[in-house]
Ligand binder design. Sequence first.
Ligand code: PMP
Ligand code: GLN
Length: 383
Amino acid sequence: MSIKIQSKLPKVGTTIFTVMSQMAMEHNAINLSQGFPDFPVSEKLIDLVYQNMQIGHNQYAPMPGLPQLREAIAHKIRHTGGIKVNIDAEITVTAGATEAIFSSVLATVQQGEEVIVLEPAYDCYIPAIEMAGGKAIPIGLNLPDFSPDWQKVKAHITDKTRMIMINYPHNPSGAILTENDIKELKEILEENPQIIILSDEVYEHIIFDGKTHLSVLKDEFLASRSIAVSSFGKTFHATGWKIGYVVAPEGIMKEIRKVHQYNCFSVHTPSQYAMAEYLQDEQNYLGVSAMYESKRSFFQNAFKDSKFKVIPSYGTYFQVLDYSEVSDMGDMEFAQYLIKEKGVASIPVSAFYSNKEDHKLLRFCFAKGEETLQKASEILCKI
Ligand code: PMP
Ligand code: GLN
């Protein structure tokens, strides 16, 4: 007889990214589903990790992260227009953004408290809230531009609201924040002293068309009430390295570190040394946008005479296509059809909604070589 335990996450299955990547592999499809680049990580960065392993930097790093790396992160934040961050008290290096989000939510959300989640939303948010004993309050973003509906957000604030989670540049849509969004957010914080923001900014260095990423760390007041999450996996196209960081005011960070130290303790030491040095050359992070912008434009251009409608993508490495003039199928069914019958894998946007609402949108990852993008778009345009 097998032992049964009561699930803490009864509604959770295997993530859509794993499911679609697996299906792509089984059907030998071009995989534009799960978000990961198909081109190599910088030789320089790889050499730095190797050198640091050889030097002997192979034992535990300090729990909050290597001081040199925290220093380099603080410099990057300042250099890109952000606040001055105290490296001893306000930065922690984490095992990717996922751990940063999980530790942050676990540390700050109490049993029964409410967390506003703007949907479509990345899939790790709600399970983290539920593991903390909190209640997710999903609110739909405006369509088709995926901007926050601040009136709706305000209408859902109660005395139990502890946190609002935001994610810009936005996965899956590529939407970005405007100055007006920042103003609205600040007004909400001014009126509701119990609320903090968790700002998932993993695509901060992937932003197009001369636009600027409006980080919560660029405003003293917002920063004083926010937890900002970043990922070197995204910035340096090394998603498998699982290294990121979280920035928060001292009082909040003290609690986040209590969770981090028992959830993870510390992050891969040679990678931290390598990142600290690699960050010294600002081109290594400032140059990332241009590389992805040309891929974004190449991919968008391929659909300009097709029946697919291109939703503007100003950041991230994702492109959403509206296929409502191509097929009547639901997005999950259509995504599966495309993998099995046409050999192209994508992610149905309904997977990013807790009620699985379907707007006939598919997300494609364009962090791939042009030949791959060309091949995939040719197949899609013929449908
Ligand atoms: N947030 C968003 C919006 C993401 O797309 C991802 C991507 N994978 C993560 C968080 C997690 O990042 P990491 O791989 O650094 O854990
Ligand atoms: N963030 C990636 C995406 O959105 C997936 C990461 C994962 O598979 N957990 O595709």
